[in-house]
Structure formats: structure tokens, C-alpha cells
Ligand binder design. Structure first.
Ligand code: ADP
Length: 435
């Protein structure tokens, strides 16, 4: 009897234990499911780029530890993505603001990065999204493409200058990119710069130096020759001596004029700061009229003028207007034969004052009209020399007119005459009409 009672108690005990275990297991399973759901929701949020989502559990033990680690992993991802996004934004704005075309490619020639300017410069295929495409597919400008392909095997930086068309010159720099501190090339950064203006300027500078040297050499050679002849020839008659000395004097004057003009051109071109002042246009003209009157008289050239508005005050860089008018009127006298006519007319139209200087001189051939404003350009070199020209007058004039925000135009017919029209504005920065 006692044994049966003991057995019953044991049964009850086992059932009790089993019930407790079952309850604990059920509770654990339920809470595990809740947590799993929570994890699933958060991981879905993260894959939808909602990086603010976190596992909200106060679990203790291993599950709690797992939730903590999971959340801190999201923190790290969030921080890394924000960091990359910031860096990408910075890179994009740098790429946008650089004035060169920038292109990054891998060793197979696939585009990793390209800025807008580079897309234009390489004539990129507008229908393609460049990133990930091969440069062969994307770049339509053959010269640029070949320059890149040809230099892609180089382990050093390469710089090439290419004439893309008649008027465009590019400097293309190809820099290999190495993997960390190794020798392994993993790609290239290509920098494309439009150097057209720079090359043109450089060529002009070289041309100018060559021209100046040549212009200086001619009178110097002549002076040297005559001085040597004077020194070496003992019994020169007085007339010949006087003639030689006269030539030396003329050449010296020409040299001095040439140097003055070169210096003047250089100050105008380099925008050397000059005093800005208000001047009376008619007063300046009258002064010049008086000076050139003497030269014109020698050739019996008549100068007529008509100043429609004699009360014009203009703001200018000191001496510019005087120099402009003097150069053009002097030229009109120089390139007009005896008994010629020069007509000067001034008038105001809208916000500009116009001064026309018209002669009935030798005129300029059609093909030279645009070129006479170039430095040292002369239609007839010998004629310009014989009238004391340096070939710089019109270049100086044009620069001065431009500095005053004005313009100068030329109409001319060979054998008929020339008309120069100078326009100077009454703009706020420079010139003002004083009523
Ligand atoms: P230059 O010192 O030789 O006169 P400019 O620069 O003043 O140099 O003029 C350039 C060239 O333009 C002259 O050499 C001349 O051939 C031509 N030219 C300028 N003005 C006239 C004009 N009024 N009539 C004809 N030709 C002119």
C-alpha cells in the first residue's frame, strides 16, 4: 500500500515537472517568435534604406546580446553610408566646379567617373549613361579616344597636346592610379584641358617678339652700316656726309618711335592702371585739329569737320581719346595723296557718341581690312616706312577703344578711300553724358 502511494507521488511529481517545462518552452517559443518578427521587420526596413529602424527589445541573456549587436551593426552601416554619401556629394561638387574635363577609368577602359565638362569635351554618346561603359563605346571624339587608348599602358603620367579641330587644342593628361602602395595600376585619371587660348596667346607672344626683333634690327643695321661707312671712308664729300647723317637721324627717330609705340602698346595691353578722368571731347579734338593741321598743310590736304554735339564730356583713361583720334587722323593724312580731303563727323546716337574719319586716300584692299588692326600688319610695308609708320598705331588704337568699352569699324575701298568709325559709350562704368 505504501509503495503504491509512493509511486503516485512520483507520477504527480513527474507530471508537475513536465508541465513546468512545457509552460517554460511555450513562453520561450512565443517570445522567440516575437523577437524573430522584430528582427525581420528591422532587416526589411534596413533593406528599404530606413536606417533609423532598430530592434526594440529588452531581452536579457544571449538574445539580448544578439539584439544589441544587431543594432550596433545598423549604427555602423548607417554611419558608413552617411559618410560615403557626404564624400560622394563633395566629390560631385568638386568635379562640377573644376574647369577641366575629368574622367576616371579602370584598366579595362570602363568609365568609373566623369564630369559634365568631360562628357562634352570627349563628345560622349548622349544616349548612354557613361558610368560602367567602355570608353570605346562612350567617347565619340576619335582623337581624344586614341590619345587615351594609346597611353593607357603607361605606368607614368603622360601629357599630350592635340589639335582637336582647326580652332581647338586640348591638353590631355593621363595619370595611372596605383593600388595602395604597390606597383599595380588599377586605373587612370584623365584630365582634359582646353588650351586653345593659351596656345594662341603663346604663339602671338612668340610672333610679337620675332616681329619686334626684326623691326628693331632693320634701322639698327642701317645705322650701323652708315656709321661704318662714315668712319672708313676718309674723303667723303660734305653732301654725301650730310645725306648719310640725315639717314642715320631718320632711322634713329624711327627706332625711338618704335620703342615708344611698343611701350605704349604694352601698357594698354597689360591694362596698366591709368587715371580715370572726365574730358571735353570737342576740346581734345580742337587741340588735335591744330596739331595735324600743320602736317595736312604740307600736302595741301583739307580737313573738314562737323561736330553735331560740342558739349560732350566723356570719362576716359587719361590720354586715350587724344591718342585714338591722333592715330586715325594722322593715318588719314599719311595715306592720302596731295590735295586730298578728310571729313570728320561727330554725332550722338542713343547712348553712344560716334566719330567718323573719312579720307579719299589710297584705300585698303578688301582682304586686308580685318588685318590692319593686328600688330605690325601693314598693307604696303615700304609705304608705311616711308611715311614713318611703325605698324602699331591701329593695334594701339583698337586696344584703347576696347578699354573704354567702345568699338572701331573700318570701311575702305582700294583707290577710293577709307572711313574709320569710332564709337564710345556713355555707359555707367565709363562714360557719362553731361547735359
Ligand atoms: P602704320 O604705322 O604702318 O601706319 P597702323 O597700325 O597705323 O600702322 O596702320 C596699319 C596699316 O593700315 C598701315 O600700314 C596702312 O597700310 C593701313 N592704313 C591705316 N590707315 C589707313 C588709311 N587711312 N588709308 C589707307 N591705309 C591705311
Amino acid at each position: 500500500m505504501k509503495e503504491i502511494q509512493l509511486l503516485n507521488e512520483l507520477y504527480i511529481f513527474i507530471i508537475l515537472i513536465l508541465s513546468i517545462v512545457t509552460i517554460v518552452l511555450i513562453r520561450y517559443t512565443v517570445s522567440l517568435r516575437t523577437y524573430l518578427k522584430e528582427f525581420m521587420k528591422v532587416s526589411k526596413d534596413i533593406s528599404n534604406k530606413e536606417f533609423d529602424s532598430r530592434v526594440r527589445s529588452q531581452m536579457s541573456g544571449e538574445m539580448g546580446e544578439f539584439a544589441k549587436n544587431f543594432n550596433s551593426m545598423i549604427d555602423t552601416i548607417n554611419f558608413t553610408i552617411k559618410d560615403i554619401t557626404n564624400k560622394n556629394t563633395q566629390l560631385q561638387s568638386i568635379m562640377k566646379s573644376v574647369s577641366h574635363g575629368i574622367l576616371a577609368i579602370d584598366t579595362k577602359g570602363r568609365i568609373l567617373l566623369i564630369n559634365e565638362l568631360a562628357k562634352e569635351m570627349v563628345e560622349g554618346d548622349e544616349l548612354l549613361l557613361p558610368e560602367g561603359k567602355s570608353i570605346r563605346q562612350f567617347i565619340k571624339n576619335k582623337i581624344v579616344l586614341e590619345s587615351i587608348l594609346y597611353n593607357m599602358s603607361s605606368e607614368n603620367s603622360v601629357v599630350v597636346q592635340k589639335n582637336i579641330s582647326k580652332d581647338i587644342i586640348y591638353k590631355i593628361k593621363i595619370d595611372p592610379v596605383y593600388f595602395k602602395n604597390t606597383d599595380a595600376v588599377i586605373g587612370f585619371i584623365i584630365n582634359i584641358e582646353d588650351v586653345t587660348d593659351y596656345v594662341k596667346l603663346e604663339n602671338m607672344r612668340k610672333q610679337f617678339v620675332a616681329n619686334v626683333s626684326h623691326e628693331l634690327k632693320t634701322p639698327l643695321t642701317s645705322i650701323k652700316g652708315f656709321v661704318e661707312t662714315l668712319k672708313m671712308t676718309e674723303n667723303l664729300d660734305t653732301d654725301t656726309k650730310t645725306r648719310f647723317l640725315g639717314i642715320i637721324e631718320n632711322e634713329t627717330t624711327r627706332l625711338s618711335r618704335l620703342i615708344d609705340d611698343i611701350l605704349l602698346l604694352s601698357t594698354v595691353e597689360n591694362k596698366v592702371k591709368k587715371k580715370v578722368e572726365k574730358v571735353d571731347l570737342f576740346e581734345i579734338f580742337e587741340e588735335i585739329h591744330e596739331i595735324v593741321g600743320y602736317i595736312a598743310k604740307d600736302k595741301n590736304i583739307k580737313i573738314d569737320y562737323q561736330f553735331e554735339n560740342q558739349d560732350i564730356d566723356l570719362w576716359e583713361y587719361s590720354g586715350y581719346i587724344r591718342q585714338i583720334l591722333l592715330n586715325i587722323i594722322e593715318n588719314a593724312i599719311k595715306y592720302t595723296g596731295k590735295n586730298g580731303n578728310i571729313k570728320i563727323r561727330q554725332y550722338v546716337k542713343k547712348d553712344k557718341v560716334f566719330i567718323e574719319i573719312q579720307d579719299n586716300g589710297i584705300g585698303i584692299p578688301k582682304e586686308d581690312i580685318d588685318r590692319v588692326f593686328e600688330r605690325f600688319y601693314r598693307v604696303d610695308k615700304a609705304r608705311s616706312r616711308s611715311v614713318g609708320g611703325t605698324g602699331l598705331g591701329l593695334a594701339i588704337t583698337k586696344h584703347m577703344v576696347k578699354a573704354l568699352n567702345g568699338d572701331i569699324k573700318l570701311e575702305s575701298e582700294l583707290g577710293v578711300g577709307s572711313k574709320f568709325t569710332i564709337e564710345l559709350p556713355f555707359n555707367r562704368e565709363f562714360s557719362k553724358k553731361v547735359s
